[in-house]
Design a protein around this ligand. Sequence first.
Ligand code: ACM
Length: 552
Amino acid sequence: MRRLLAASVLAGLALATAAAAQTMSPIAIIPRPVSLTPAHGAFTLTARTTIWADRADSAVARGFARDIAPSTGYDLPVRIGVGASGNRIIFKRAARRDTTLGPEGYRLDVRPGVVTVTSSAPAGAFYAVQSLRQLLPAAIFRGAVVPDQRWTAPAVSITDRPRFAWRGMHLDVSRHFMPKEFVKKYIDLLALHKMNVFHWHLTDDQGWRIQILKYPRLTEVGAWRAHTLVGRPHGDSTQDVFDAKPHGGFYTQDDIREVVEYAKERFITVVPEIEMPGHSQAAIAAYPGLGNFGETMPVWDRWGVSKHILNPSDTTIGFMEDVLTEVMGLFPSTFIHTGGDEADKTEWKASPRAQAKIRALGLAPDDPANPHDVRAENELQGWFTNQIDAFLTAHGRRLVGWDEILDGGLAPRAVVMSWRGIDGGIAAARAGHDVVMAPGNYTYFDHYQSVNQAAEPLAIGGYLPIDSVYAYDPVPPQLEPQYAIHVLGAQGQVWTEYIPDPKQAEYMAFPREAALAEVLWTPRDEKNFADFMTRLPADLARLQVLDVNYRR
Ligand code: ACM
């Protein structure tokens, strides 16, 4: 099997090399379109090309003109209407009765002299543009004029639409802060592969990264840690080695608005994550009253799961509702992620206040003979989550949480993100919840890309090669069809304990993100890893031009 795979990869590379030697770029679109038929001839973009669009698509058309201006040097006009002559690109609406494309689908017809994009909505037009950019030479992505380049795209007819509605990538900016400019670059790269959700993991034990006006200490204190562990934890924590550099940073609300707008122009929804009640040590460091025993503590300087979690009081719920009020003001996303994973129950078990809350809520007590029984505390987390869920729901939003939120009983509109394998996703879908699949074995891009770990930069562990990502199917085979409709899609996770900077984030995310994009867009029956590998070299050439430090 491995041997066969390797042979087909080599064949793919040979094909791509042969194609690269020709003047025209190979047809190598990722994710693979639903249907693609090559035609005769080619379209060549020139300084006299005119772009025509109906009014609704004019922003997408102008975005295309803006994107290709630096490399081509062309300042192509965008006119409203349908041009009848001359070298032109036309964006038009599908007939109203044509429901085949859906809100994100498109038809793209490239012919000598004319490119026609047909869609039912601007998102489809935007995805047609991504395919068109991938039909042009990779140099189209350059940031300065490329001399002597002919901007030719092979003639094709494409009909295309996505398989899943949630095509996501996550980025943890808490463990290591990632500057706004990189976040925008990441969003550009997701858009190139027709992803449509950016899950922004903004808070955790090791750093709070979003400015909250009502609670300034969240970033004044919570965004900074004294130092960072060097390498892995030693085991004997007294032997751990730290760098001597404070680490931190945060996004102002203006920064956030900028990123959200940037993503929106690229048809990407930004789903913010504010962790609660666990993964909250940075918040407790800023406001010790959020903790269980009122003690002061630093923003955490270790990896793993801090034992310090939010106290389950009405005051704390109110604090988090204040935070979420500002978050909702910044993020138009229907979906607001409130974490919920790995909330260590040790403190709640020891806290008289938490225990009084358990009694006041009438939750069934833990078995007194079993010190490890935390059923009551899990139900208390369920109460916490449901308070927040009711608040978000009252504001027209939907709570998303990691699959632990299932443990304490869950409101029906809440969305479950299945990370501890797929069982949580299956159980949630059967219970009628919408689900986003994010299982560690297939979607954790912080895992190694080679079995030879010594040859790779330090990572958290695991092994997730690109063919495993590609083989993943977000709909578990054992999930009955009537529940499979609850699988909104899936997403790739980039946790950054061992990812100190943007270049390393690129190394871990790419090209595995390209494989996941195809998992999420292309019909299951059209997926073919050998074929993907024939297209990948052209995609890597694009990433090269875009200065992406992808893994070779
Ligand atoms: C997680 O990886 N703790 C969601």
